[in-house]
Ligand binder design. Structure first.
Ligand SMILES: *Cc1c(COP(=O)(O)O)cnc(C)c1O
Length: 377
């Protein structure tokens, strides 16, 4: 079965991991910092903080900007559960929002309707690897003094009007799960240009413990062993073994992105003349990272197409069941079918077909042929 996405690990990756395993530092060593510096460079930011997964990155981001009780956070309903869960981890109030079908990202006019005096932040998701309409979000953020978090789990290496994803929000989070742009098995990171937020992220990753109290340091009263816990953090550390894999993978990011672009272009060419198929959005102003390639079918039954493709060895997936249709969110907050019509329309007809850099041209052709045989009658 061809999967919808998967990692690409080579001998160099394995060597890099092995090398670290023979050193004294399996975790919290020098490789983490090297990985963070490389990542910050790719994202165009001053700093990066590596954490144990993309969900931890979102949790840390919400902590860093101080989400708490009575703070409202606006999140698009079409996303993976973690983009919304992180608000609840911090005790914040979730305000789900519909998407724009032209980008599959949060709908700006719907965001405007959701803003109240309690709104503290917006978590935008660069869905499928396509950047959100950041310019519009920036002006809303300025106008209402909101913080912006970019859940860029899909969008490492993407650009919005020439600017790299990473520089578009106060905090940007990434995931290094095997289906994402690069992998560390499990892993994630937050990038930022803000020194204060950076320090809070580091604290949060390590139980809220810091090595030194600045005031006491200047008075020179702290012995070298001294550490203090000043906030409630977690153990969200990444290991040096994973960081070594991440560093090695990052050197291949551009190659991976180009290959994704080539495959996406082939799909676009193959399917653009077929009235039944709606292609995933792509615009001049966005450099797409093509994390996934979700098709929509105008009249065919999506589940039927899904079964037929699987029978022919083409694995597919649905990204995603909207948050407001998840049983937990329905039971807890009373969301129901009909609340966010655009996301529901997309959800009812979407299907993600295989796209990952290790796909050969032969496999791409096979996927196209199989889909055409089912869709064109
Ligand atoms: C993958 C993903 C996450 C979570 O990342 P993990 O590393 O799996 O915790 C968060 N948001 C989105 C949109 C994702 O696709």
């Amino acid at each position: 079965m061809i999967s919808y996405g998967r990692q690409w690990i080579d001998g160099k990756d394995i060597q890099a991991v092995e090398k670290v395993m023979r050193t004294d530092w399996l975790t919290q060593g020098p490789t983490i910092e090297k990985f963070e510096q490389s990542l910050a460079q790719v994202a165009g930011t001053k700093s990066a903080v590596a954490v144990s997964n993309g969900t931890a990155a979102l949790h840390a981001a919400c902590f860093a900007i101080g989400i708490g009780e009575n703070d409202e956070v606006i999140v698009p309903t079409l996303t993976f559960a973690a983009s919304a869960n992180c608000v609840l981890y911090c005790g914040g109030t979730l305000k789900l929002c519909d998407i724009n079908l032209k980008t599959l990202t949060i709908d700006i006019s719907e965001v405007k309707k959701q803003i109240t005096s309690k709104t503290k932040a917006i978590i935008a998701v660069d869905f499928a690897g396509h950047p959100t309409q950041w310019q519009e979000l920036h002006s809303l953020a300025r106008q209402h003094q909101l913080k912006l978090i970019d859940d860029a789990a899909h969008a490492l290496g993407a650009k919005y009007k020439g600017k790299p994803v990473g520089t578009l929000a106060d905090l940007t989070t990434f995931s290094f799960h095997p289906v994402k742009a690069i992998t560390t098995a499990e892993g994630g990171a937050i990038v930022t240009n803000n020194q204060k937020l950076y320090e809070r992220l580091k604290l949060f990753r390590n139980h809220g413990i810091r090595k030194e109290n600045r005031k006491q340091k200047t008075e020179n009263r702290n012995p070298a062993w001294y550490q203090e816990m000043v906030d409630l953090g977690y153990n969200y550390r990444l290991t040096d073994i994973q960081a070594a894999l991440g560093l090695s993978q990052l050197t291949k990011l551009n190659r991976f992105l180009k290959r994704r672009q080539v495959i996406a272009s082939r799909y676009i060419k193959a399917f653009s003349g077929i009235p039944e198929i709606i292609l995933p959005p792509h615009h001049q102003w966005a450099n797409h990272a093509w994390h996934i390639f979700p098709l929509q079918f105008r009249t065919l039954d999506r589940n039927d197409v899904y079964e037929k493709l699987r029978e022919k060895g083409v694995g597919c997936q649905v990204h995603y069941t909207p948050i407001h249709l998840q049983p937990y969110y329905q039971n807890r907050f009373g969301y129901r079918q009909g609340d966010f019509p655009n996301a529901e329309k997309y959800y009812s007809r979407c299907l993600t077909i295989p796209l990952f850099p290790a796909m050969t041209n032969e496999v791409v052709k096979q996927v196209i042929k199989t889909i055409k045989a089912i869709v064109v009658v």
